[in-house]
Design a protein around this ligand. Structure first.
Ligand code: ATP
Length: 504
């Protein structure tokens, strides 16, 4: 019999059980959770008795000759071992019985209720919890032999130091058998406090990232209250979302290999995405976080694949616009985050895709797929009445009438899934570029009831108006030269638009 609280059963228990079965050639080992343990008070947030029994059942599957027993759960009051071994002796008459105990228990054994009675029914198998315990165990065993006539065997297997307290402390998933860990996660057992999570990530990152993490948690919590998501879930996800970001790409890949994480992107092209996968897996395997937390972490960089829960959308948006983020338009994004989650999520996807595209790279397809999916019905319907080409032509005419200089149109639908046309033009001053943006917006709204999907003053010398199938970039001269979009997208895609311009 191997009794204990098993709150939860960990690898130390399992190694001890295996060693006893082997060394004592046991026919059967009973893992027996105590109902009310006489030696300890169960801490708050403990698993219930039936959950502890269930976890013992799971653990027992991976130990030869082992099975879980609910014998002590069937009795009222504290689970005294003297009563349990008496029952076992009746149940298995003539059999040789052993009681398995670890260091802490053998040291206090003489003070248990009726130790003589226990020893009249069984021998003791003592397992060291730590290699350093061996001397004390040997001395105590000798005393028990001398004073109580105990039959004591000390198990020789290497000690595996682990305790249920460590597991409950929050960061010790690797001390559990994966099957037990999965039960813990599925049942949301031993959820670590948010303070414990913050402390764990603080040690894993530089101060700047930690402040971003706290900013993200703060905004995510506010959004959770507003949109009715579980606050612990979004806070925990926000705290852990960048928990592996400080690792080098090589370390990330080592983790991915260890945990069998399969990417559907090439690591070289999307190295900045890996931390979302390794972060989610760390949350799962080390912090034993439930699926809703891990899913939010997994999708926080790319915004998919869907369907996305409210918690997932919240983390995605909060990460983009929490209080330490600064880029043109961040205030608008923050305001949107707290007024319309759906719009904010779409705007976030769009911003990410644009940002990547403007760097001359291809955005990850999950982001662009999600974005396309989300473009509203209304917008799609309105746009459907006008082909992208017709819309582009309309924009060119409006820009020309407002004295835009050097209008260039590039057809990019074969280079990106984000848009069909880039319209690029120059304005003579910051007032002129804003006026051009306003005129295009106003005219298209008034005449065709088309609203841009998104507009921003990227810098004071660059205004971007995005109609999804047509993206308008209005620059001052120096900015146009500096960003050199035309060169970036290749001159071969230029469209001849002279027929659209008014004659001088
Ligand atoms: P907690 O941390 O909640 O006090 P625990 O890890 O000590 O729990 P228990 O369920 O109380 O685990 O232990 C049941 C039995 O298993 C005891 O006899 C204990 O000495 C023994 N035991 C616990 N951990 C180990 C270990 N790592 N190696 C060997 N024996 C162990």
């Amino acid at each position: 019999m191997f009794g204990g609280t098993f709150n939860p059963p960990h690898l130390g228990h399992m190694a001890a059980a295996r060693a006893c079965v082997e060394q004592l050639s046991l026919d059967r080992l009973l893992l027996m959770p105590a109902a009310i343990p006489p030696h300890k008070v169960l801490p708050e947030g403990s698993a219930t008795a039936s959950q502890r029994l269930e976890m013992c059942r799971i653990a027992a599957r991976y130990i030869p000759h082992c099975q879980a027993s609910g014998l002590e759960l069937e009795r009222e009051g504290p689970s005294y071992t003297c009563e349990t071994v008496e029952l076992l002796a009746e149940q298995y008459p003539g059999d040789e019985l052993w009681l398995v105990i670890g260091t802490d228990m053998v040291l206090s054994f003489a003070h248990w209720r009726e130790p003589e009675k226990i020893l009249s029914h069984c021998s003791l198998a003592v397992v060291a919890r730590d290699e350093g315990d061996r001397e004390r165990i040997a001395q105590t065993a000798q005393t028990l032999r001398d004073t109580l006539g105990a039959q004591v065997d000390i198990i020789r297997a290497p000690a595996l130091p682990a305790s249920s307290t460590q597991v409950r402390g929050g960061e010790k998933g690797e001390l559990l058998h994966p099957a037990v860990a999965e039960y813990v996660r599925q049942n949301r057992l031993y959820l670590p406090t948010l303070d414990a999570l913050r402390e764990a990530v603080r040690l894993r990152m530089k101060e700047k990232r930690y402040l971003h993490t706290l900013g993200c948690e703060k905004l995510a919590a506010e959004m959770a209250r507003k949109y009715g998501a579980d606050e612990y879930t979004v806070r925990a996800a926000a705290i852990l979302h960048d928990c592996t970001k400080a690792l080098s790409p090589k370390e990330q890949l080592t983790l991915a290999e260890k945990w069998n994480i399969i990417f559907d992107y090439t690591e070289e092209d999307f190295v900045q995405l890996i931390h979302a996968d390794t972060g989610a897996e760390t949350a799962k395997r080390i912090f034993l976080m439930p699926d809703d937390v891990c899913d939010a972490i997994r999708t926080h960089t790319v915004g998919g694949p869907g369907p996305m829960t409210t918690a997932q959308k919240i983390l995605y948006v909060a990460d983009l616009c929490e209080e330490t983020r600064s880029y043109p338009g961040v205030e608008d994004m923050r305001a949107l985050a707290l007024t319309d989650l759906e719009e904010a999520f779409t705007a976030g996807l769009k911003r990410t895709a644009d940002f990547v595209t403007q760097q001359g790279k291809t955005p990850y397809h999950v982001t662009t797929d999600m974005l396309k999916e989300r473009i509203s019905e209304k917008e799609e319907n309105t746009m459907a009445e006008l082909t992208p080409k017709e819309l582009m032509e309309e924009i060119v005419r409006i820009a020309d009438s407002k004295k835009a200089k050097d209008i260039v149109v590039m057809k990019v639908d074969d280079k990106t899934t984000l848009t069909d046309y880039f319209v690029i033009m120059t304005g003579t001053s910051s007032t002129h570029i804003r006026a051009l943006g306003d005129e295009i917006e106003e005219q298209l709204k008034k005449r065709l009831d088309i609203l841009p999907h998104h507009r921003e003053g990227v810098t004071s010398s660059w205004v971007l108006v995005d109609y999804t199938s047509v993206v308008v970039n209005i620059f001052q001269q120096e900015a146009r030269e500096m960003y050199a979009l035309e060169r970036l997208w290749g001159d071969g895609t230029k469209i001849d638009i002279t027929n659209l311009m008014k004659e001088e």
